[in-house]
Design a protein around this ligand. Structure first.
Ligand code: SF4
Ligand code: SF4
Length: 509
């Protein structure tokens, strides 16, 4: 508990100020560190604190460690690095903080400093980081080649062979699980498959530039294609600038700030030349950095203005649809009705009525949902301007927030409004949907034990919703949810799907 943090600080008092300490002192935003008033309101929101109960594993504890280094009270040693690495970077602590401490930015500053000086990486970790951050993610063509190699592995029979002879048993268990839930990869990304310009259907409301992502475009090409079609249906012209590249989020979260900045500059240039009104993201993890390009480049006089331009017009696709898209009257009305009748927040705290948690399991899809379908579904008022959604079968759906979408992009209502607008679908709020699933970029690969523990708790709540579909809005979360379903033997009755794919399949034509 708090004692472990005190002893960690005391044991280092008077320690020699290392080069890392000097870098940390000059990098960490001291105003943000002192903004923390140590109230502890963020503690219950923090997954690592909830799992361990250790103060040093909490936002307040980590900020205290950073401040101790900045004040010269302690030297940043292995224990300091461990605490920074244990953090999921989910930023659930930010909305909970009354002092508006920008914890995510502090964490990135700390990790960037650590990466500049670390000597603790083994040679193969260094090689893997260099290959991924410099050799792969920034290069769209190489990412597609990787997608092609994966595609061959998946379709040539090699995958069957590898599984048949049990080759994956040579790797850690979580790697084998991950291999089983990987979606079908594609060598050809969204532009290669459908081109880069797509006109709106019906009355036009503006032009959207689609941010296609690097991993997204290799593993979730269909979702990118569905995003384009959804936006067209809602009245947007869609452009996919071909010179865009990786957003830089994995770089920024892993302490590679310089790489993230370079990628940001290339994206700003690509979207500015495309002349777009908005930039749409369909991956919470990418979007969270895209909306913070202004912060990332605030001290670069040449790019600060362009970065602010970019950040201001970037929205998650669900928010873009709800706030600016042409949604049919039926869909808008269903959103308003369902909002009024919405279940209470099922976030932190005990079980609440109406949440998918504890107590009786939900019964068949409610009469209300069925009635909405009959009144507003495809058999009814479809065919007018704009888009609306209806499910052919009565289904129950639930939703796991993407932490970055919720806590950094501050978009949690728009996805729920869209889900509630689907006729013939009953939305069940997942208890603690606002809590990280353990995916957190590559956290589930680098910290598999903690990630597995967090996922197991998540799946207990998921199971209680008895939903047919578990929806989410970020590729990392989607893979983690697929992993959870597989690990907990729920594959026969529940499917994890990206929100865009779910909606796309239910567009009223
Ligand atoms: S809620 Fe904010 S101010 Fe309070 S301890 Fe946490 S980070 Fe500090
Ligand atoms: S980012 Fe998430 S894991 Fe890290 S301190 Fe904040 S709430 Fe805890």
């Amino acid at each position: 508990m708090a004692n472990s943090l005190v002893s960690l600080l005391e044991s280092k008092e008077g320690g020699k100020c290392s080069e890392l300490a000097t870098t940390l002192k000059s990098t960490l935003d001291y105003d943000q560190l002192t903004n923390c008033m140590r109230c502890g309101f963020c503690l219950p929101a923090c997954p690592t604190f909830r799992e361990t109960g250790i103060e040093a594993e909490s936002p307040r504890g980590r900020i205290a460690l950073m401040k101790a280094v900045a004040d010269g009270i302690m030297d940043p040693d292995y224990a300091f690095e461990t605490q920074m690495n244990h953090c999921l970077g989910c930023r659930a602590c930010e909305p909970a903080c009354p002092a508006d401490v920008k914890y995510g930015q502090l964490l990135e500053q700390a990790r960037d400093s650590i990466e500049q000086h670390t000597t603790s990486h083994r040679w193969w970790v260094k090689l893997a980081r260099k290959t991924a951050f410099e050799g792969m993610f920034p290069h769209q063509k190489r990412m597609r080649l990787l997608g092609g190699a994966l595609q061959i592995y998946q379709q040539s029979g090699l995958r069957k062979l590898v599984r048949g002879v049990g080759l994956m048993k040579l790797f850690p268990a979580h790697m084998g699980q991950m291999e089983r839930i990987l979606p079908e990869a594609s060598y050809r990304g969204v532009v290669e498959q459908i081109g880069s310009r797509h006109p709106a259907k019906g009355e036009r409301v503006g032009t959207v530039g689609l941010f296609r992502g690097c991993i997204m475009d290799v593993l979730f090409t269909e979702t990118n294609k569905h995003t384009v079609e959804l936006l067209n249906e809602a009245g947007f012209d869609v452009v996919i600038p071909e010179t865009q590249n990786c957003c830089g989020a994995l770089h920024a979260h892993s302490g590679e700030q310089a790489g993230a900045k370079e990628l940001a500059k290339r994206n700003i240039k690509a979207f500015q030349s495309a002349g777009v009104d908005w930039i749409a993201s369909n991956a919470g993890g990418c979007g969270a950095l895209l909306v913070e390009y202004d912060h990332l480049l605030h001290d670069d006089p040449q790019w600060a203005e362009g970065a602010a331009w970019f950040a201001k017009r970037t929205l998650d696709v669900s928010k873009l649809l709800v706030e600016h898209g042409r949604l049919q009257a039926a869909a808008t009305q269903a959103m308003a009705t369902s909002k009024a009748a919405a279940a209470p927040s099922c976030g932190s705290g005990g079980a609440k009525p109406g949440c998918g948690s504890g107590g009786a399991k939900p019964g068949p899809v409610s009469e209300a949902a069925a009635e909405t379908a009959a009144a507003d579904g495809c058999g009814g008022s479809c065919g007018g301007g704009g888009v609306s959604f209806a499910s052919a079968d009565k289904v129950r759906i639930t939703y796991q927030d993407s932490c970055h979408l919720r806590n950094a992009m501050r978009s949690s209502e728009a996805p729920r409004k869209l889900m509630r607008s689907v006729a013939n679908a009953e939305f069940i709020e997942l208890r603690e949907a606002d809590r990280c699933c353990g995916s957190a970029g590559i956290y589930n690969l680098t910290q598999p034990d903690m990630a597995g523990q967090i996922l197991d708790h998540k799946m207990e709540h998921v199971q209680r919703t008895d939903a047919h579909y578990l929806l989410t809005s970020n590729p990392g979360c989607l893979l983690q949810m697929k992993l959870g379903i597989e690990k907990h033997g729920m594959g026969g009755k529940m499917e994890a799907v990206h929100l865009v794919d779910f909606l796309h399949e239910r567009i009223c034509k």
